[in-house]
Design a protein around this ligand. Structure first.
Ligand SMILES: *Cc1c(COP(=O)(O)O)cnc(C)c1O
Length: 405
């Protein structure tokens, strides 16, 4: 029974969340995802703003080609399959998408999931047992943390991108049957990239497997968008890749595990989110196939994204902001102070720039920032507009010198 006691408890918790300023509010869009969106400010007035907080890196969220491919696939293969894959939820297009992802990522085989959250939730438990070790970066995504929890392997956590600490963990895990090093390819809060060359070297020295979650790297890193391994010229060295179709690749939903043949084969037999959750909708499969075709045929979207990221970072640096130098499309604009970051984000929205301020506990204390995510869909005019707004707000809040440029 939903008792008064429980109701009061939940209310108290909600009030605590609110009083700590941690209440997440959803901003409702009335347009497709894109460089320009229509939404409402906190006081309810409609604004059109330039969007810098989507994972729509390649600008494919409203691509007419993808929408058309999704619509055609839906007409040809129906709306939904009402089944898990191994009963009657596998169509030719699901096999085709697995083959195309494998081809794109340069792996043996690929298995689809409803989301990358499920891929990470289902990848560890079938492969590793109590006699094994998982060694995970401290800043890895929540879905990796949850997936590791579901597995009986011993857990080791190394300080973020700290290779000495990783080596310490590898030593401590020396007695394990198998060791798996697990990292995000691009970390979502700082946009920094995993130190894959060193991770692969350590993996070789200590006989460990390497798994990389490529959600923010697929379609973003590497000359042709193959991700972190391509960025570092380490193709073929990563044993397990997990990634999403819900970010750069059109942004609908779905994810996968891609990698060594026997690993994927066992996941098909034992991975619980694959076995017990519905298959991907045909429209999503068709749209994702088109996204991969677009990427495979031309580097124009990636080139555009990279050019935009460089353009924005250069101009923000010239305006006096401290911008870390990396190859990802995530730009943390560091304001350090928690209140300032949230206030700046609100002021920027009033100027038509939609960005999100992140403060403790999402990021460490004193490391508050505004996170800017660039897209191939942004025009130089829109980027100029953003830099001008940042400069005005930054000057007003005393974050940069008025003569910063
Ligand atoms: C977004 C993200 C996920 C979850 O992907 P979904 O397909 O949205 O479930 C997992 N890992 C990382 C690193 C992510 O950024």
């Amino acid at each position: 029974m939903f008792s008064q006691e429980m109701k009061d408890d939940l209310k108290t918790t909600l009030e605590e969340i609110e009083s700590q300023g941690l209440m997440k509010k959803e901003r409702v869009l009335s347009t497709p995802q894109g460089a320009k969106i229509r939404t409402r400010t906190t006081d309810g007035s409609e604004v059109t703003s330039i969007n810098f907080c989507a994972n729509n890196y390649l600008g494919l969220g409203d691509s007419t080609e993808i929408i058309q491919a999704a619509a055609e696939t839906m007409r040809a293969r129906g709306y939904g399959l009402s089944s898990v894959r191994f009963i009657c939820g596998t169509q030719d297009i699901h096999k085709e998408l697995e083959a195309q992802v494998s081809e794109f990522l340069g792996t043996d085989d690929t298995i689809l999931y409803a989301a990358c959250f499920d891929a990470n939730g289902g990848v560890f438990e079938p492969l590793l047992g109590a006699e094994d070790a998982i060694i995970s970066d401290a800043l890895n995504h929540a879905s990796i943390i949850d997936g590791v929890r579901l597995c009986k392997a011993t857990r080791f956590r190394y300080e973020h991108s700290d290779m000495e600490d990783l080596e310490r963990c590898l030593n401590e895990a020396a007695d394990a049957r198998y060791r798996l090093i697990c990292t995000d390819g691009v970390f979502s809060m700082d946009g920094d990239i995993a130190r894959l060359p060193e991770i692969c070297q350590l993996a070789e020295r200590y006989n460990a497997l390497v798994m990389v979650d490529e959600c923010h790297a697929t379609g973003v890193l590497g000359a042709t968008g193959r991700g972190t391994a391509e960025h570092f010229g380490l193709e073929g060295r990563v044993d397990i890749i997990t990634t999403t179709f819900g970010k750069a690749l059109g942004g609908a939903s779905g994810g996968c595990v891609s990698g060594r043949r026997e690993i994927v084969a066992l996941l098909r037999q034992r991975s619980r989110p694959y076995l017990f959750s519905n298959t991907l909708a045909p429209a999503v499969v068709g749209g994702t196939l088109k996204a991969i075709e677009l990427l495979s045929g031309s580097s124009k979207h990636i080139d555009r994204l990279r050019e935009n990221a460089t353009y924005f970072k250069e101009r923000m640096t010239a305006a006096g902001f401290k911008i870390p130098d990396n190859a990802s499309a995530i730009v943390p604009v560091m304001l350090y102070d928690e209140k300032l970051a949230l206030q700046a984000a609100e002021m920027l929205l009033e100027q038509g720039i939609y960005v999100i301020g992140f403060a403790y506990p999402v990021v460490p204390k004193g490391k508050a920032r505004i996170r800017v995510q660039l897209s191939a869909a942004h025009t130089h005019d829109q980027l100029d507009h953003a830099v001008a707004a940042f400069t005005e707000v930054g000057t007003e809040l005393g974050v940069i010198e008025p003569t910063g440029r």
